[in-house]
Design a binder for this molecule. Structure first.
Ligand code: NAD
Length: 477
């Protein structure tokens, strides 16, 4: 049922040169379902040499040819969605439908970047004198070191790989050790589509060992990381010391704002679905619910009812609406958030506890009366807990929404066009979604500001991070 996990270096699937590995655990049972081999320094050296050669090959492949190979990878990925989804559920926990959706959406991401790669134009700048041609050229930055986490084993990786490939770069991806199987299947889809050896290399191991080795290495020209702000700052510092280009997609703590004139039922439906999707382990999940006083009680009741209605279970079971948390660290974090908030006067409307003693199940949780001093009001929850607090006026609301150093996603619900425009302008956030949940499509920018990072993983902006701008001025006819 669960595949053997291998590294992919220079077009070859390999166990690597060492003997270190870690078990892969099914978060629904806690049982080991496989093992992931660690890349040793010799393997990283091989991957670096392969990425250097792969870059030399891939940058010369025309963008039209790259487009065809990438589109083929997308089709292969889609055709294997059913099987890969089962692998993903076993290692990550999310419900099967969510896993399948992630994989199909991965196909959309590949398609879009394949197409966008054909539109990475330079430009000709009019010169001041005759017979001078001023050319602005876009060139691939070089081999990329990419680091992706366990919450979306495919979608975090597919963005980085696809953007790099569209730009003409090669990649060494350090995939998620806890959810390696589906990520490896993504790489397999690319390899089977005809991406040349060395262009995509996949390694696993001790994250700090790998980043400390790859980021300073002269072959690596670009670093892309998705994960926590603390780790992101450390890696950005390392990259800065070696003047490497960086894209950082870090944590968030998204305000979900509901004004008194909003369609409350619609707001509850969309916000609850997105709060508890992937058991809340999403960087753009709504996490601080700010509801205007007049509708606060109604919203809390309806949102609590929606949370109670979610069926928690093994992601492979058909009725499951929310799976287990992906690892035991998240369960411990949820317990600590709840205990801390309750000790400071928070009230639990529903949930608040782990379920059973097998697997990492935690109840969908709604809390009210949570003081701002509670940790959950400042630290990214990354789990199925929704603290809801009331607000009275617009200015106070904006101050609270912008209080944190995070600035990734924000949500607002109102029937007033004027309020919608005002809140869209006032929020310090890389992305704002008003009256619907419309983030993360391949064709739109995806990224944060402030401590949530910089650079985009969506839209045409994403390619900029993987391209150098070269200016050539030429005299003579
Ligand atoms: P963590 O901070 O240890 O790890 C987060 C990610 O960074 C993991 O993928 C890990 O492999 C990687 N990582 C850690 N140290 C690294 C290093 N020195 N070099 C390279 N990669 C490194 O914590 P965790 O328990 O795995 O996740 C918890 C927190 O991480 C969450 O609270 C959340 O804030 C954040 N997170 C964010 C995202 C996201 O989508 N932005 C995804 C997963 C986790």
């Amino acid at each position: 049922m669960y595949p053997e996990i291998l590294l992919h270096i220079d077009g070859v699937w390999t166990k690597g040169s060492g003997s270190r590995s870690q078990p892969v655990l099914n978060p629904a049972s806690g049982e080991a379902i496989g093992a992931v081999p660690y890349a040793e320094k010799a393997d990283l050296d091989q991957a670096l040499a392969a990425a250097e050669r792969g870059f030399a090959v891939w940058r010369k492949v025309s963008s039209f040819e790259r487009y065809k190979i990438m589109r083929r990878a997308a089709d292969i990925l889609r055709s294997r969605a059913e099987d890969i989804a089962r692998i993903m559920v076993q290692e990550q926990g999310k419900p099967l439908a969510e896993a399948k959706g992630e994989i199909l959406f991965g196909g959309d991401i590949i398609d879009w970047f394949a197409e966008e790669g054909r539109r990475t134009y330079g430009r000709v700048v009019p010169a001041r004198a005759e017979n001078i041609y001023q050319l602005v050229l876009k060139e691939p930055v070089g081999p990329v070191a990419a680091f992706t986490p366990w919450n979306f084993p495919i979608n975090q990786a597919v963005r980085k790989i696809s953007i790099a490939l569209a730009a003409g770069c090669s990649v060494i991806l350090k995939g998620p050790e806890e959810t390696p199987g589906s990520c490896a299947e993504l790489v397999r889809a690319y390899a089977d589509a005809g991406v040349p050896a060395g262009v995509i290399n996949l390694v696993f191991g001790i994250p700090a060992e790998i980043s400390e080795y790859l980021i300073p290495h002269p072959i690596i020209r670009k670093v892309s990381f998705t994960g926590s702000t603390a780790v992101g700052k450390h890696l950005a510092m390392l990259a800065g010391q070696h003047m490497k280009r960086v894209t950082m997609e870090l944590g968030g703590h998204a305000p979900a704002i509901v004004f008194e004139d909003a369609d409350i039922d619609q707001a509850v439906k969309i916000l609850a679905a997105n709060k508890f999707r992937n058991a809340g382990q999403i960087c753009v999940a709504p996490t601080r619910f700010l509801v205007q006083e007049k509708v606060y009680g109604t919203f809390v009741d309806k949102f609590t009812a929606a949370a109670k209605a979610i069926r928690v279970g093994d992601g492979l079971e058909k009725e499951t609406g929310m799976g287990p948390l992906a690892n035991t660290r998240r369960v411990e974090a949820m317990e600590a958030f709840v205990a801390d908030a309750v000790s400071q006067g928070a009230r639990i409307k529903t949930g608040g506890k782990r379920i059973g003693n097998k697997g990492n199940f935690f109840e969908p949780t709604v809390m009210t009366d949570v003081p701002l001093s509670a940790r959950i009001m400042s630290e990214e929850p990354f789990g199925p807990i929704a603290p809801i607090m009331p607000f009275t006026d617009f200015d106070g609301l904006v101050a609270e929404a912008n209080r944190l150093d995070y600035g990734l996603a924000a949500y607002a619900y109102t029937r007033s066009a004027k309020t919608a425009t005002a809140i869209g302008a006032a929020l310090e956030s890389g992305m704002v979604s008003i009256n619907h949940h419309g983030l993360a499509l391949p064709e739109v920018p995806f990224g944060g500001i402030k401590d949530s990072g910089y650079g985009s993983e969506g839209g045409s902006e994403a390619l900029d991070g993987y391209l150098n701008t070269k200016f050539v001025t030429q005299f003579g006819s």
